[in-house]
Ligand binder design. Structure first.
Ligand SMILES: [Zn+2]
Length: 389
């Protein structure tokens, strides 16, 4: 393991180390980032990306656009930890950080520099890809067993990529988490999907993540699905891992942890376990954490670092996704301020302010269907903003 200070070159970020490799054939097409190791104890995504690049170089299939493999938190990867000072996957709000570039500054959290250096790689690649479609597949693994799944902000363009992956798709995770890497791409109008491959340290997790990279490249149009090497085996592996699970779920609950909380997940839980309302799931600071409703348990926390104890999800019927796609195409959202308790935010044209005391109980569901995301409450009011479709 290299010492942490080795990883912070005096002259600024080492782009070559962070940009692990790329493949293109000079044919126009999208720019696709494969990002691994945003959490330093999840090296499986990088290994999966390396395998994809090696296979592309060997087979040299017909390929449109460019795929780039990028390493996330280099310092934490070198130490085998989720993060050093701050979770790099919660730092992508636009306002709170200095612009990309620049060397590490004395006394600043390690992840400030990591974020700047990573943002610089993205910016450089995106500048060169001006006018082309841009997508990010953010590769994760986790501390519990369970089937793979994808997470996305529910925009129409994200759906195209997420539904090219033969695994369950989870909506609304980004609504409960501020500043994930996906946000960095959403605000720029790009496609971004995160995938969880399974438990860290398992060879099957690397295999699944590699499979998902291939399906993502096909979903973005870089290569034909039929050109995926070992297509049937990859599809069978993912389908088998997800047998019996819903195609689409939405996050209903997050057990949030504060620094210093003592949290202990009950033993033996796996991602996608069905749990019923009232089931004892974990203990926090001596108290009980019980399921607030029936649902699917997601990402139960079995590691020391992290501020999400677990999530609960609920199945979404595909019918509602089709309805919402039609409503968005019709731009029905323009009529939303006509609903009781809903008004436009005077300062921000894409945002709505909702008074929960006045709005009908279905209002939040309607806003979700139309592509709005809930932000932090402001006073007693709820604020929703619409992502660029
Ligand atoms: Zn992760």
């Amino acid at each position: 393991m290299r010492d942490f200070d080795d990883r912070r070159p005096a002259g600024g970020p080492a782009l070559g180390e962070r940009r692990i490799g790329a493949f293109e054939k000079g044919r126009s097409g999208p720019l696709v980032f494969l990002v691994g190791g945003v959490h330093g104890n999840e090296p499986e995504g990088l290994e999966a990306g390396r395998r994809v690049l090696a296979r592309l170089a060997r087979d040299d299939p017909p390929f449109r656009g460019r795929v780039v493999l990028v390493a996330g938190n280099l310092t934490a990867l070198a130490r085998g930890r989720r993060f050093v000072d701050l979770d790099l996957n919660r730092m992508w709000t636009e306002t709170s950080y200095p612009p990309p570039g620049g060397a590490p500054r004395p006394g600043e959290p390690v992840e400030f520099w990591e974020r700047r250096a990573l943002a610089e790689v993205f910016a450089e690649e995106c500048r060169a890809a001006e006018g082309r479609r841009i997508a990010c597949l953010d590769l994760h693994s986790c501390s519990s067993e369970g089937a793979p799944f994808a997470c996305m902000g529910d925009t129409i363009r994200n759906r195209r990529l997420a539904f090219a992956l033969p695994i369950p798709v989870l909506l609304g995770l980004e609504e409960t988490l501020d500043g994930t890497l996906l946000d960095h791409f959403y605000v720029r109008g790009h496609v971004a999907v995160a995938v969880e491959g399974g438990r860290s340290g398992l060879p099957s997790t690397v295999e699944r993540l590699e499979d998902l990279c291939w399906f993502a490249l096909a979903g973005m149009g870089c290569l034909e699905t039929s050109a995926i090497p070992g297509l049937e085996e990859r599809r069978a592996r993912l389908t088998e891992a997800c047998a019996g699970l819903p195609r689409v779920l939405e996050i209903r609950y997050r057990e949030a942890l504060e620094p210093g909380d003592r949290f202990e997940m009950g033993s033996g839980f796996r991602t996608f376990d069905r749990v019923e309302r009232g089931r004892l799931l974990a203990r926090k600071n001596g108290g009980e954490c019980r399921a607030p409703e029936d649902g699917y348990l997601l990402l139960p926390l079995y590691q020391g670092q992290g501020n999400d104890g677990f999530f609960l999800g609920r199945r979404v019927r595909p019918f509602w996704l089709r309805v919402s796609a039609i409503l968005r195409r019709l731009r029905v959202f323009k009529m939303l301020p006509l609903l009781p308790g809903v008004r436009r935010d005077p300062d921000r044209p894409r945002s709505l302010v909702v008074d929960p005391a006045v709005a009908r109980w279905r209002t939040i569901e309607i806003l979700h269907l139309l592509g709005y995301r809930k932000e932090r409450p402001r006073g007693g009011l709820l604020v929703f903003s619409r992502r660029p479709d």
